[in-house]
Design a protein around this ligand. Structure first.
Ligand code: ZN
Ligand code: ZN
Length: 273
């Protein structure tokens, strides 16, 4: 059993469509994959169908970026994607993201780089638009050579075309996932590592820590494992794969103990029966 519990498709900022993602995971010998697109569950159905055909298990996931400036993202596992409350909330988030993208594009246009929101028209209604898509357009237009360069020159915080994204509070993100009967897990805590923040999230109903992650050092992993034990949290892990050309391309390369899938499922049963 090979497990990757953090991946993205082109329903958010990944570069592969859900079917291509599943095929690639299968080719790499992955048996259990969680698709965790930002603010969208639109890719889950096709991904699940493809996974079933290849005898793989697709775990329904989501990732919600919060208003905390220090990259506090909340993953949700085994969410009920049919929940109407969930879908309404995600639609609202995608709308806010679209507005933010429009602000970024306006800034780029003022610099003479003509890209319009309608240029992203091929995207499905349930897909979210974010900075990586704008980066890809800049590359397509020959303004930059890579996503990374687009961020460094224009899109990163403090750069000329940057616009602020006001996500939900961590409390709201956890609440949204619990309402959809999902297991809320803090993503890549190595990016912010603050004991206070972690304690706060646990108080708000957090159920797990993404412990195994490409940039986590061994001492951090140990700290997260200890924390999980003392706070009765589940441990998860994944590569945060975003597809070829994304700069986040370690699909299946982060060792994650296979038993974590059962532990997350058991937590869901414990919470929701
Ligand atoms: Zn994230
Ligand atoms: Zn992610």
């Amino acid at each position: 059993m090979k497990v990757d519990l953090h991946t993205h498709s082109n329903y958010s900022d990944g570069t592969l469509d859900p079917e291509e993602l599943i095929q690639k995971a299968h080719d790499l010998g992955i048996s259990h994959l969680a698709l965790c697109d930002h603010d969208s569950t639109g890719g889950l159905e096709t991904a699940r169908a493809k996974a079933t055909g290849l005898n793989m298990t697709l775990i329904s996931g989501i990732e919600i970026n919060t208003s905390e400036t220090s990259s506090v993202h909340i993953l949700g596992y085994f969410i009920d994607e049919k929940s109407e409350d969930l879908q309404k909330t995600l639609r609202d988030h995608r709308e806010i993201r679209a507005k933010r993208s429009e602000m970024i594009l306006e800034r780029l246009r003022q610099m003479g780089i003509k890209i319009h929101l309608s240029d992203f028209g091929g995207r499905k209604e349930t897909a979210s638009i974010g900075r990586p898509h704008i980066a890809d357009k800049l590359k397509e237009k020959g303004v930059v050579f890579s996503r990374q360069e687009a961020f460094e020159k224009y899109l990163a915080k403090g750069k000329s075309a940057y616009a602020f994204y006001e996500g939900p509070t961590p409390q709201r993100a956890i609440e949204i996932i619990l309402q959809a009967k999902g297991v809320p897990v803090v993503a890549h805590p190595g990016f912010f590592v603050s004991k206070e923040m972690m304690d706060n999230l646990v108080k708000l109903g957090l159920q797990g820590i993404e412990t195994y992650y490409p940039t986590h050092r061994p001492d951090q992993i140990k700290w997260f494992l200890d924390l999980a034990k003392s706070r009765d949290l589940v441990v998860t892990g994944g590569s945060d794969y975003h597809g070829p050309g994304s700069g986040h391309e370690l699909l299946g390369q982060v060792p994650v103990p296979a038993e974590v899938v059962d532990r997350i499922w058991e937590r869901k049963q414990k919470l929701f029966g």
